[in-house]
Design a protein. Structure first.
Length: 170
């Protein structure tokens, strides 16, 4: 039951799906279970979260390869909801700037969701980085995405006026 509760914490996983995971693990080969347990135990030692963009990356250090790269355009900052969005954009090769991962969206049904997002970090990053000339919001075209866009525009408005930034783009 504790394992079911743990799996239920994953996004999009309900109680039925969590139980299916546990049943599948019970029927798994013991060697495969050991390998799975080893992979999970090594997760915190081999995976880091970038201190600048908050992207998950393999390896140690405070900055990921994208944030360290001198080839990335310093003037553009693309704000995304989650790591998977960044991975998809990188595969397409259409964006050459820097990223900022929010870690979710603001939910009108759960106002406390705003506290979990990296909105303060976004503000500080734009405030302390005079090289950033353009903030692009690449968020979902949903109610939550629209609400998050409006909130970000509101919190960045003082910086936009004081630094003469162009309007935040969506």
């Amino acid at each position: 039951s504790k394992l079911v509760e743990f799996f239920e914490r994953f996004p999009g996983i309900g109680p039925r799906q969590a139980r299916r995971f546990v049943y599948a693990l019970v029927d798994e080969n013991p060697k495969k279970l050991e390998e799975f347990a080893d992979l999970i135990s090594r997760l915190s030692a081999e995976i880091s979260r970038c201190a600048a963009c908050f992207r998950v990356f393999e390896g140690k250090g405070s900055l990921c390869g994208l944030c360290q790269s001198p080839l990335r355009e310093e003037t553009k900052l693309l704000v995304l909801e989650k790591d998977a969005d960044l991975e998809n954009l990188e595969k397409s090769g259409v964006f050459d700037g820097k990223y900022h991962i929010l870690g979710g969206l603001i939910s009108p049904l759960h106002p406390e969701s705003q506290e979990k997002l990296r909105l303060k970090e976004l503000y500080k990053r734009v405030e302390k980085s005079p090289e950033i000339k353009e903030v692009i919001l690449g968020l979902s075209a949903t109610t939550e995405g629209d609400m998050t866009v409006r909130y970000i525009e509101k919190i960045l408005e003082p910086l936009q006026k004081s630094r003469d930034l162009p309007q935040v783009n969506c």
